[in-house]
Design a protein around this ligand. Sequence first.
Ligand code: DGI
Ligand code: FE
Ligand code: FE
Ligand code: FE
Length: 187
Amino acid sequence: MNREQMIESVRSQMPEKRWRHTEGVMATAVTLAERYGEDPAKAELAAILHDVAKYWPTSRMEQIIVEQHMPKELLLYDKELWHAPVGAWAAEHDYGVTDAEVLDAIRYHTSGRRQMTKLDKIVCLADYMEPGREFPGVDRIRELSEQSLDKALLAGFDSTIGFLLEKGRRIFPLTVEARNGLIEEIN
Ligand code: DGI
Ligand code: FE
Ligand code: FE
Ligand code: FE
């Protein structure tokens, strides 16, 4: 499958608005890769596929999490988290992606994790700050992204954690670990 075929296939699995978000993540991830010395082709590939499973039925995501022996803990947390590991599985099985770094960047794009790779950080940050995103604090994240990948991504996780706290929702442990890890790296 070539790049154009992959794009058409991913696009066909989501509403037009989500596809425009994906295009924003692609462009932003390439820019960040060039700025911070990562491979732009890997950043773009992860970005194309990062939300491929976002609109899959919940029951299908749940089935894949169980059958593929993904951490069952996921099922105890917000369903919003599920499309990331399921998307990594789809990238490998439906699109033949074999690059473990690309698969990890997709797998951890929502939750983050401790010791995030540069590619993980780029995809996660691009997801936060692509031009179509609008939430309080996004412009500050865009500003920080010109100076520090870690500081910008930390501001992103702070925003998500604040949002979850405000809503009284639980926080997936990997997100707490990702934030702790970034603070350690900054200091
Ligand atoms: O798929 P996108 O909408 O582009 O963005 P995403 O994959 O970063 O998903 C973000 C959503 O996940 C956001 O609405 C917050 C929600 N979420 C729920 N629980 C958690 C969580 N995000 C993180 N990082 N950690 C959680 O525990
Ligand atoms: Fe996502
Ligand atoms: Fe995200
Ligand atoms: Fe996304």
